[in-house]
Ligand binder design. Structure first.
Ligand code: SF4
Length: 420
C-alpha cells in the first residue's frame, strides 16, 4: 500500500480505461497455468538455483546466467541466451517461461515522469510510475490489485480488494521500467530506488513482496542497495517484526495522525494496531541495525490533521521515537498534500497552511520535506496510481451509489487512488 496518500491518494484521473476495452493478446500467463511451466520471474536467486539443481538436474550457477539475461539485458526468450547450451535451452523451453506483465499503454510526462498501465491478467491492470529527480530515479511499485484496508482518504480503497500480485507481477513492474529506461545495474543506472507505495498493502502480501524485493537488491537482479528499496505500510505490526527478521529494507509508515482517535478514523487498521503498538514495532525495526531511520508519511488534509495541535502531537511522537532509538532524526517525516479525488470529503490545505505546518516541525528541529507533485500532466502524481479492478467486494459500487445520491460523479472505474 502506499500509505501516504502517496499510495494512491487520488485525484481525478481522466484516463480511466476499462481493461475490457484495452487491446489484449493471448496471455502467456494463461499458458503457464495451463501447461504447468514455471514463470522464471517468480523465482529469486535461491529458488532459481533450486529449480536448476532439483528440477532440471543442472548446476546452480546456470541460474545466475539466466538472471543476468533477464534482469540486466531484458531478454525473455531462452533461445536468445547464447551462453547456455542448446540442450539446456531446449529443456528450459519445456519447463519454464519468462512472462512479463503486458504493457497496455505508457505515457511520458514533460517533467520526465513515466507511467505504464500493465495488464496483470484478462481483467486486472495496475499502474507503475517512474519519477526521475536530481541524480535518482524512483519507481513506485504496486503489491496488490485494490486494497482491503479502507483508509478513508485513499481512492484505491473505494475500489475494494481484488487479489494479491505474484512475485512475477511485482518484479515484472521493475523489469518493464528497467527495459524501457535501458537500465543496467552498476553501469547505466536509471533506476536507483524502488518504493513499494503503489496500490495495496505490501505486508498483506508478505512472501511475494519479500521475494520480489530480494530480486531488486540482488546483484544478479537490479543491484539496489537495501536502503534504496522502501516498503510502505499502514501499520501491520506483527508483519513489521517479521520484515525485520526476513528482509532488510527501508521502512515507511503511513501515519497521517499522531493521536489514536483521529488515526483510527483515517486508517481503520489503527483500531487493531494503535499508535503505541505501531511505534513499538518501528522502534524494534530501527534498533535491529545501528543508523536505521524510519520514514513517517503524513498526508495533510485541510481542517482534519493540519492544525497547530496536530503538528505539536506529531513532534512529540517523533521526538519520543528518536529518544528510544537513541539517534537524532531517526524519525523522518514526509509531508504529502492531499490529492483530492471525486467524491472524497477531504481537501488539500492551501500552500500557506502547508508551509505553516512544515515550519512548526522545522522549528522543533525536524526535517520534514513536502512532497512535490510530479507527472501531473499524465495523472501520475502521488495518489493517482490507478488500477482497474474487478470489485469483488462491491465496495466501489456502494461508493458510487453513495456519490450518486449526493450528486457527485466519478470519472470511471476506480475514481482515483489515495495512498495510504
Ligand atoms: S487503503 Fe490504505 S493501505 Fe490500502 S492502498 Fe489505500 S492508503 Fe494504502
Amino acid at each position: 500500500m502506499q500509505h501516504d496518500n502517496s499510495h494512491d491518494a487520488g485525484r481525478p484521473s481522466g484516463d480511466a480505461v476499462p481493461v475490457e476495452a484495452l487491446p489484449t493478446s493471448p496471455s502467456k500467463a494463461a499458458a503457464v497455468v495451463a501447461d504447468g511451466r514455471r514463470n522464471i520471474f517468480d523465482l529469486d536467486r535461491t529458488s532459481l538455483e533450486d529449480f536448476f539443481e532439483q528440477e532440471l538436474g543442472e548446476k546452480r550457477f546456470r541460474a545466475h546466467q539466466v538472471m543476468k539475461w533477464i534482469h540486466h539485458r531484458h531478454v525473455t526468450e531462452f533461445t536468445d541466451m547464447t551462453d547456455l547450451g542448446k540442450v539446456l535451452r531446449a529443456k528450459l523451453e519445456e519447463r519454464a517461461v519468462i512472462h512479463a506483465p503486458q504493457v497496455l499503454f505508457d505515457k511520458a510526462s514533460t517533467d520526465g515522469t513515466h507511467k505504464w498501465l500493465l495488464g496483470m491478467d484478462a481483467k486486472n491492470a495496475i499502474e507503475t510510475v517512474y519519477i526521475p529527480d536530481k541524480g535518482r530515479g524512483t519507481l513506485c511499485v504496486s503489491s496488490q490489485v485494490g486494497c482491503a484496508l479502507n483508509c478513508q482518504f485513499c481512492s484505491t480503497a473505494t475500489q475494494g480488494f481484488n487479489r494479491n500480485l505474484s512475485t512475477a507481477e511485482i518484479i515484472g513492474q521493475v523489469w518493464v521500467a528497467a527495459r524501457h529506461l535501458g537500465n543496467v545495474p552498476h553501469q547505466q543506472r536509471r533506476l536507483t530506488n524502488v518504493v513499494m507505495m503503489g496500490m495495496g498493502e505490501p505486508l498483506a502480501n508478505f512472501d511475494n513482496v519479500v521475494r520480489a524485493m530480494s530480486i531488486m537488491r540482488d546483484d544478479l537482479g537490479y543491484g539496489l542497495a537495501n536502503k534504496r528499496v522502501t516498503l510502505s505500510t499502514a501499520g501491520m505490526v506483527p508483519m513489521i517484526d517479521r520484515l525485520g527478521e526476513e528482509s532488510d529494507v527501508s521502512l515507511a509508515v503511513s501515519l497521517h495522525a499522531a493521536n489514536d482517535e483521529l488515526r483510527t478514523e483515517l486508517v481503520p487498521l489503527n483500531r487493531k494496531y494503535p499508535i503505541a503498538e505501531l511505534m513499538d514495532a518501528c522502534v524494534r525495526y530501527a534498533l535491529r541495525k545501528r543508523g536505521t531511520s524510519v520514514t513517517f508519511e503524513y498526508t495533510l488534509m485541510k481542517g482534519v490533521n493540519d492544525q497547530p495541535e496536530h503538528a505539536r502531537e506529531l513532534v512529540r511522537l517523533m521526538r519520543e521515537f528518536d529518544r528510544r532509538v537513541q539517534m537524532k532524526d531517526a524519525a523522518k517525516v514526509n509531508l504529502i498534500p492531499f490529492n483530492p479525488f471525486p467524491g472524497t470529503r477531504f481537501e488539500r490545505p492551501d500552500d500557506v497552511a502547508i508551509r505553516a505546518f512544515q515550519k512548526q516541525l522545522n522549528n522543533a528541529g525536524m526535517i520534514a520535506p513536502v512532497r512535490r507533485t510530479r507527472g501531473d500532466d499524465i495523472d501520475a502524481a502521488c495518489g493517482q496510481l490507478k488500477g482497474q479492478v474487478t470489485d469483488r467486494t462491491r465496495r466501489q459500487a456502494a461508493f458510487r451509489e453513495q456519490l450518486r445520491k449526493t450528486g457527485l460523479h466519478t470519472t470511471g472505474p476506480g475514481a482515483g487512488d489515495a495512498a495510504a
